[in-house]
Design a protein around this ligand. Structure first.
Ligand code: NA7
Length: 538
């Protein structure tokens, strides 16, 4: 209610996924602050709470997709498969919440709707959809990069007689596809995971593809006892490796050029990586992401695999007609995706040839006049990435400056961690951080530990606030652009890295492509130089 009393804490954290849980632990148990976490979901887990669609699984290998701050936690938790499934990660995060006694400071079912900075009191006033109100010295957003669902506005959707769902807002009780005609829109990582699982139970699955995509087999399998022992015996070495690699994964990009090897050797290297499965494919050569000719060899290899797997030549042509360089959009990995198109109950619609015109009560009508009859529409249409979750809250900094005004032409941050004019606001995995280009828990641990050390420094020095200097922001944004331009990444015109998947969103390459190891070194140096580029004040 409006009458709700404002609760005062030292730090308020928005979100209880990987980032929010660890930030709570650090600020509460290491710094001794009073902390409140607010979480929109009815449970902890963030991404893994919401994305319950069939086939949902992480593309990072399980032994690396975990917190590395606690050896005891690493030793006691057992992953069952090479890639953890959604339910297993959710169990893990619930275990973390219990093990570190985090729940008592997390309020679920509470969505933050806005926050105002009060300069006189040096406090953030935070509003929620339940009416609960908070005041905090530090406001930390742990809202994820891929949490604001992007549901395209298609005329007629409201009148659809069946049911529609977005993969990132999947109902707790699941969706029963048995005997149903299902239409799935979107062929990114999510659609590529979901299609094979949906096709198993649905009467019919129609995949609506706008942009063709590469995919590499995950080759998921139960972990062997040997591997589990090896991973637990080598956590220090694995941590070192993950901290030294560009992507935070437990493998390095091979230090060889595509042009250093013969075509036969190259083919053998790609073949071995294909057989091994997973994201390691893009680590086969150092120039895949920087040299178009090098990239073409990988792209051609992958297009050939699609044509090899998919029996129907018409479908194979649509699926392999890929117009972006390999890995310039997040490369999906799959379990039987292209094989799914060999099933009798699966069809494919090429939206580039015939876009969706409207939804009718009975299904989806494409421009060629065909009505595809459907009982359920699955939107695997991705997210308003990186900025979406932040801008969906009404955050106002100094002098009432709204974040959506400050970012009208695209996000402006320093290190992805702070925004000029928003003192003591910290954005974990914010735009300008490497987050989405990395194995996420590695980036999250780094961000959280850096923020914790920063707040500890403020308190130890008797300083009240920190915010970036505008020229440091300008330099960082220029560096983020420079890092992207040194790669082929900006060449994928449709990518959510550029915000291009959301109509009207400014096209700015958002993540920092300079590599996680380099980013970590920069952040450490900034701190070591007394938080260079930041204004700290009493
Ligand atoms: P993505 O990667 O953004 O994929 C969304 C897909 O939906 C992609 O194929 C889009 O085509 C398609 N899309 C989006 N809007 C439309 C409309 N209006 N009509 C037709 N098709 C559309 O999201 P995911 O959930 O798969 O993956 C997100 C990340 O999660 C992933 O990168 C991993 O990091 C984990 P487009 O390519 O835009 O033409």
């Amino acid at each position: 209610s409006d009458a709700a009393e404002e609760i005062v804490v030292d730090a308020l954290i928005v979100g209880a996924g990987f980032a929010g849980l660890y930030q709570l632990l650090c600020l509460r148990d290491r710094l001794g602050l009073s902390v409140q976490v607010l979480e929109a979901g009815d449970g902890v887990g963030g991404t893994w709470y919401w994305n319950r669609y069939p086939g949902a699984r992480c593309d990072s290998e399980s032994h690396s997709y975990a917190f590395y701050f606690s050896d005891d936690l690493l030793q006691e938790w057992n992953w069952s498969e090479r890639y953890p499934a959604q339910a297993e990660i959710l169990r893990y995060l619930n275990h973390v919440a219990d093990r570190f006694d985090l729940r008592r400071d997390i309020r679920c079912g509470t969505r933050v709707t806005g926050a105002d900075y009060d300069a006189a009191a040096n406090r953030w006033h935070v509003r929620t959809d339940t009416g609960a109100r908070y005041a905090a010295t530090y406001l930390v957003t742990a809202v994820g990069c891929l949490s604001a669902a992007n549901v395209p506005s298609i005329p007629g959707l409201d009148g659809f007689a069946g049911r529609w769902v977005h993969t990132g807002q999947w109902p707790q009780e699941g969706v029963d596809f048995t005997g149903r005609r299902v239409g799935m829109i979107g062929t990114g990582s999510t659609g590529i995971q979901a299609a094979p699982a949906i096709a198993e139970t649905a009467a019919h699955l129609t995949v609506f593809q706008r942009t063709a995509n590469y995919s590499i087999p995950a080759r998921n399998a139960p972990l062997t006892e040997e591997f589990k022992h090896w991973a637990k015996a080598n956590t220090a070495e694995l941590r070192r490796l993950m901290h030294s690699s560009t992507n935070g994964h437990p493998f390095l990009v091979a230090d060889r050029s595509v042009h250093d090897v013969s075509p036969e050797e190259r083919e053998a290297i790609y073949r071995a990586a294909w057989d091994h499965g997973g994201l390691r494919f893009r680590a086969t050569f150092r120039d895949i992401l920087t040299d178009k000719a090098a990239n073409d060899t990988a792209a051609d290899f992958l297009r050939d695999r699609i044509r090899e797997v998919v029996k129907d030549p018409g479908m194979a042509a649509i699926l392999s007609d890929i117009d972006h360089p390999f890995a310039t959009k997040r490369p999906p990995i799959d379990t039987g995706y292209f094989e799914t198109f060999n099933r009798e109950n699966v069809s494919l619609v090429d939206l580039r040839a015939t876009p969706i015109e409207r939804v009718t009560p009975a299904g989806i009508v494409t421009r060629d006049g065909t009505e595809h009859p459907l009982d359920i529409i699955v939107f695997a249409t991705g997210f308003d990435a990186m900025t979406g979750p932040l801008l969906r809250m009404d955050i106002r900094g100094r002098d009432g400056l709204a974040l959506h005004e400050a970012w009208r032409a695209g996000p402006l941050t320093y290190l992805g961690l702070q925004v000029a004019g928003f003192p003591n606001l910290f954005t974990i995995t914010g735009p300008g951080s490497p987050s989405v280009l990395t194995n996420m828990p590695v980036a999250i641990e780094q961000h959280v530990e850096w923020i914790t050390a920063c707040i500890a420094h403020l308190r130890a020095s008797g300083l009240a606030r920190i915010e970036p200097a505008p020229d440091a922001v300008d330099r960082w944004v220029a560096h983020v652009n420079e890092a992207a331009d040194a790669t082929l990444l900006p060449q994928a015109g449709h990518s959510w890295y550029l915000g291009a998947n959301v109509p009207g969103k400014p096209r700015v390459f958002m993540p920092y492509a300079g590599g996680m190891a380099r980013y970590r070194a920069i952040c450490d140096e900034v701190a070591a130089r007394g938080y260079e580029g930041f204004a700290l004040s009493a």
